[in-house]
Design a protein. Sequence first.
Length: 117
Amino acid sequence: MADRLDVFVSSTNKDLVDYRQKVIETILRLDYHPVVQEALTPSDDNALQVCYDKVMRADVFIGIYAHRYGYCPNANVTYTTIDGQLWHGDGTTSITHWEYLWAREIGIPIRLFLVKD
């Protein structure tokens, strides 16, 4: 069993800052480890690759969704899966949506929150 529980927090960022902060505070209060974009360090990898790698190592996925769909990387943005397959953005699926799909793919627990006006 892992020494800590890694909880990946997915959402668009600019519009959900306060919500993200509350979720992060709750994760920390539970003595879990939040995996969040605010803590990422600069990397040579693109955002799609970084997010894929982080989701693949997560134990739990939390999605916070509201009014924005987010950045949709085009075919020039690629990522390599853990089994070595090269994939690319499609210009219509946002990174936030990809994160959710990856979490479903690996079967980790998923908790989704919808923000209402």
